[in-house]
Unconditional design. Structure first.
Length: 245
């Protein structure tokens, strides 16, 4: 029996300043699935994430979570932005727990900090963190309310290459441990294939899914393997067909 999708997205039309930026985007995510989005800048990928997050409601379509239509931001769908967007006046622990309601669950905060490799960092301020550490805090904050879906918009683009590799491994570990559906925008083809169970290639003018490429390879993956490189090549050719570069 096929599992019901945790997330269903249908955007028939989205316009901005009179220009159609998305058309007929249909997508489903299963629990624990990671779907990555690649495409040229300005093709509507980030706009799609904002619609899914409930931050942009001016569109024709519907987002359904566990079969029920959403009408705005929800605790079950959390967004990790390109920049960590931490509150500078709050401690690391305060930033992680900021989205929570009621008394702060200190043990959960500390458990999440341990999970993202920041045990003992709770009392620090954001200015005392590196870029990679700050993004780890942002991921922990996204997990604090136990969401069903995690949205990420180029979350590792602002960190150095070595930190990026570590954060990719962290995301995989967290997604598996929490059985969260992940929808992630990236401009890095290798990253899209390494992380994704499916890679969606976006076309532009208007934005829409030009290709859906399954990555039927077990995790953890060998970045240098022939199988991984074959999928990377397939994605690259799909991007060329939609004139992404």
């Amino acid at each position: 029996m096929t599992e019901s999708p945790v997330l269903q997205i249908q955007v028939r039309r989205k316009c901005f300043a009179g220009q159609e930026v998305l058309r007929d985007v249909r997508l489903e995510l299963q629990e624990g699935e990671c779907v990555t989005l690649v495409g040229a800048s300005g093709c509507g990928k980030s706009t799609l994430l904002r619609i899914v997050a409930g931050l942009d409601r001016d569109h024709e379509g519907e987002v359904r979570l566990n079969g029920k239509s959403t009408s705005g931001p929800t605790r079950d769908i959390r967004f990790v932005f390109q920049e960590p967007r931490l509150f500078p006046w709050l401690t690391v622990a305060g930033n992680v727990a900021f989205d929570g309601s009621g008394p702060v669950d200190a043990p959960r905060v500390e458990a999440l900090l341990c999970e993202v490799g920041l045990a003992g960092f709770g009392a620090r301020l954001p200015k005392e963190l590196s870029g990679g550490q700050a993004q780890r805090v942002a991921i922990a904050r996204g997990l604090f309310v136990r969401p069903r879906v995690l949205l990420l918009d180029e979350p590792f683009s602002a960190v150095d290459a070595f930190t990026r590799l570590k954060l990719q491994e962290l995301l995989l570990r967290i997604a598996r441990a929490h059985r969260i559906a992940v929808l992630m925008v990236t401009h890095d083809i290798d990253e899209a294939v390494y992380l994704g169970d499916r890679v969606l290639v976006f076309e532009a003018d208007p934005g829409r899914i030009g290709a859906s490429i399954p990555v039927v390879l077990p995790q953890p993956r060998d970045r240098d393997s022939r199988d991984v490189n074959a999928v990377v090549s397939t994605v690259r050719h799909a991007l060329q067909r939609v004139h992404a570069f």
